[in-house]
Ligand binder design. Structure first.
Ligand code: ADP
Length: 231
């Protein structure tokens, strides 16, 4: 671990929690979810945006809205079978992805619906953090791009060499180098992410190395006063 941004909390005033809030960033396949799990194992409460987004699609109100916008174009095959009118049928996330992939306006509309839902759920999760929680962790693929870092006391860059990331996403998602590059082009360049971070965790070693780095970041984050007022 190296502290890229000095010892003091980075954000001024937007963290409303008494506990430190850490945000994770890094390249695709760097292992942010894995690092988030390591923080959870050290007594942190983690809000994973990808996981929360999947939950959002199960919310009846969200489903109703998506079906009102896009109708049968996004209804899942499961939903095409008879369902009681009072229960909105499931929505196929891949079909939604196809729509928003080709239309920035539709993507914007979807984000306007889903992002506030995720933010609300994240706030609930953090508010329910059990006694003894050491820190709150946000694992969001676009943490910096959407300005979520303003809600963090510190940002942690998960640093993993490109060949290692490539091998991981090939194994876990079947992506070739062109697919990885295409998806990364939609995010900030890695240098910019790294330069925006307060800590760097290198994630190409063994679990013991990762654990040690996570503990070091936590020790430092818990030492400094947080920007929020006590709950
Ligand atoms: P990200 O959330 O940054 O896209 P993930 O946490 O999903 O990345 O990790 C991508 C893949 O790499 C997963 O299959 C995960 O199990 C694997 N992985 C992550 N960290 C390590 C590690 N230190 N050693 C081996 N495999 C890892």
């Amino acid at each position: 671990m190296s502290a890229a941004g000095g010892g003091a909390p980075r954000r001024a005033g937007l963290s409303v929690h008494a506990l430190p809030v850490l945000g994770l960033t890094g390249g695709i396949g760097a292992g942010k979810s894995t690092v988030a799990q390591a923080f959870a194992a050290e007594g942190c409460v983690v809000a994973e945006s990808d996981h929360l987004a999947r939950q959002a699609f199960n919310d009846p109100d969200i489903r109703r809205r998506l079906l009102a916008w896009w109708g049968d174009r996004v209804r899942s095959c499961e939903g095409l079978r008879a369902a009681p009118d009072s229960v909105p049928p499931p929505v196929d996330r891949r079909k939604v992805a196809e729509i928003v992939f080709s239309s920035p306006e539709e993507r914007h509309r979807l984000e306007g619906l889903i992002h506030p839902w995720i933010a609300h759920r994240r706030a609930e999760l953090f508010a329910a953090a059990p006694a003894g929680t050491r820190a709150l962790v946000i694992d969001a693929p676009l943490l910096l791009e959407v300005g979520l870092d303003r809600e963090c006391d510190r940002v942690v860059f998960v640093d993993t060499p490109e060949p290692v990331r490539q091998a991981r996403v090939q194994a876990s998602r079947g992506w070739n180098p062109a697919e990885l590059a295409r998806r990364e082009a939609a995010q900030w360049p890695l240098d910019r992410k790294r330069a925006s971070a307060d800590h760097v965790i290198r994630n190409d070693g063994d679990p013991a190395s990762l654990r040690a780095q996570v503990r070091a970041v936590l020790a430092e984050a818990c030492k400094a006063p947080t920007t929020g007022s006590p709950a």
